[in-house]
Every structure is written in C-alpha cells, then in structure tokens.
Design a protein around this ligand. Structure first.
Ligand SMILES: NC(=O)c1ccc[n+]([C@@H]2O[C@H](COP(=O)([O-])OP(=O)(O)OC[C@H]3O[C@@H](n4cnc5c(N)ncnc54)[C@H](O)[C@@H]3O)[C@@H](O)[C@H]2O)c1
Length: 286
C-alpha cells in the first residue's frame, strides 16, 4: 500500500469559490451585500474514490476536490493515482494517492486505516474501480468461469470490501455517503456479450440497495449511478457512431459523472438513498 500525502498549496476555496456573500442592487440603485447559502459544499469532508488514476474516477476525484473535499485517490496502478493527485493539488485543493487493489480486503483495510490516520474518517466513498465495459465482448456460451470471476471480484467484492471498512465510522459519526459507479448493463439486458460485466454491476447495485436500507437511520446514504456509454473508449469511431443514436447526441464525460457525485455526496442529498440513478443522455429511461 502506498500513501503519499500532498497537502501543499491546499486552499480548496481557490478551486471552487463558494462565496458566502453576494451583491445586489435595490430598486433605488443602492448596493447591498447579502449572505448566500452555497449548496453542495464539501469542505471538511474526506472522500475516497477508487480507480481514480484515470478516466471517470479521475473526473470524480477532481469534482469532489473542487467542492472542498480532501480526496484520497486510489488506483491499483499507483503512479496513475499520483498523476490525478498532482492535477488536484495544482488546482489548489487537497489530495493523497493511495495505491491498493480493491479486491483484496486486507489491503483495503490497511490503506483506509492509513488515510483515516492522516486526514480523519472517510465521509464519502465512491466505488468507481472497474474493468472497462468494452473489454472482451463475448457471448456467454464462449466464456469461462475465470473470466466471470474478475468482473464479480471488482464490481461486487471490491464494492463490498471498501463499504465494509468505511461503514462503521460513518454510522458512529452520523454521516456517510456511499456511491457506486455502475452501468446500464447492470440494470438492463444487452445482446452485446457483456453478461459477466452486467452480472457484477447488477450485484453492486443490489448490494447498495441493502446497504442503504440498513444504514439510513444512521445518516448514511448509498446510491448507484448506472452509466451509459462514455467518451474515451478504445474504439472512438465505433463510440462516435453510437453517440449519434443517443437522444442527447453525445457520449458521457467524467464531468457529467463528477457533477452527480458532488450532489449525491452533499448534505443536500441526505434524503436520496437506495436509488439507482441513470446517467446516459436518455439512451435508457427508468
Ligand atoms: N467507460 C464507460 O463507457 C463506462 C460505462 C459504464 C460504466 N463504466 C464504469 O465506470 C467506472 C470507470 O470506468 P473508466 O472507463 O474510467 O475505466 P478506466 O479503465 O479508464 O479506469 C479504471 C481505473 O480503475 C483502476 N483499477 C482497475 N482495477 C482496480 C482494482 N482492483 N483496484 C483499484 N483500482 C483498479 C484501473 O487501474 C484504472 O485506472 C468503471 O466501474 C466502469 O465499469 C464505464
């Protein structure tokens, strides 16, 4: 496990100004300053985003940091996590890199203990680590158990491992947000050859529903985000042609996902729990 604190130049306010006063002009032209409540402020919160060394996870980590959270950036490839941390710190916010494998419970336990010792208990967990959707499209009848296992390990055990280790502290402190990045393949059948992936994602979604109901009374919420097709896939020509069939006429971006994570992580989203939110430009309705 690698833990690299980077606390230099850490003024989250310089990333996302959350002004508490705003100027107005009255009918007679006089200038007045009013206190304004700024929503979705994550100052003082500690977040862990798994698989955040690139792609969607890096976007989520940057969005949470921009709203004031201190972000522990995880990736099994430690130098990727460090790259994301550097971009967050360069923007004036706080982040640390932590290289661990979410499928290894003991490894996760040790890493989260180290994050907690450095920054305090985790308030926001985003389970994002995953294997890309398009990796190895194969009909179920052509697959082997070893191929299913990797999808179940990361999309179900990875989510359960991280959730198990953060949940008690969240309950004790009366606040917690667990968000799992899932997929439309976990909620709908597809003909493409992604049954193992879909089974893992569906398992993660089902687990989040139970987690939500067991812990709602402690101020802890748990929700899934089922993504549609995102930009930046391995075959840009194919994904661009699919984009034309999406009602919003574009693929999703890490910023789209980051914005929803900021909302679900905020105090304001305390009454949303046990839900699966579809983020897909309208390609599947729910
Ligand atoms: N890209 C899409 O079109 C799409 C669509 C639906 C859902 N998703 C989901 O979104 C999430 C992010 O996808 P992405 O496209 O950014 O993927 P990506 O492959 O670009 O990034 C995933 C990151 O997770 C890391 N990772 C892999 N296994 C890990 C492990 N065991 N422990 C810790 N880190 C690990 C990888 O090193 C990588 O940096 C995944 O859960 C994916 O299933 C993606």
């Amino acid at each position: 496990m690698q833990l690299n604190p980077r606390q230099d130049s850490c003024s989250p306010l310089s990333v996302a100004p959350r002004a508490t006063t705003a100027c107005f002009y009255t009918a007679d032209g006089r200038h007045r300053a009013l206190n304004v409540h700024v929503m979705f402020d994550l100052s003082g919160k500690v977040a862990l985003v798994t698989g955040a060394g690139q792609g969607i996870g890096a976007g989520i980590a940057r969005a949470l940091a921009a709203q004031g959270a201190v972000v522990a950036v995880n990736d099994v490839v430690a130098n990727r996590a460090q790259t994301t941390v550097e971009s967050i710190v360069a923007a004036g916010a706080q982040a640390i890199a932590c290289g661990f494998d979410v499928t290894d419970y003991n490894n996760v336990d040790t890493a989260i203990a180290a994050i907690t010792d450095t920054f305090g208990a985790i308030d926001i967990l985003v389970n994002n680590a995953g294997i890309p959707f398009g990796m190895g499209l194969k009909k179920f009848r052509e697959t082997e158990p070893s191929e299913w296992r990797k999808y179940i390990d990361i999309n179900l055990y990875g989510v359960m491992n991280c959730s198990r280790i953060v949940i008690e502290n969240m309950c004790d402190r009366g606040f917690g947000r667990v968000i799992t990045i899932a997929s439309g393949a976990g909620t709908h059948g597809l003909e493409l050859g992604v049954s193992g992936y879909g089974a893992g994602k569906g398992g993660g979604i089902a687990f989040m529903r139970h987690l939500a109901l067991e812990h709602a009374k402690f101020g802890v919420t748990a929700n899934s985000i089922a993504l549609g097709l995102m930009a930046g896939g391995p075959e840009p020509d194919v994904t661009e042609s699919i984009a034309r069939s999406i009602p919003a006429r574009r693929l999703g971006t890490p910023e789209d996902v980051g914005a929803l994570c900021v909302y679900l992580a905020s105090n304001e989203a305390g009454w949303i729990t046990g839900q699966t939110m579809h983020l897909n430009g309208g390609s599947q309705t729910s």
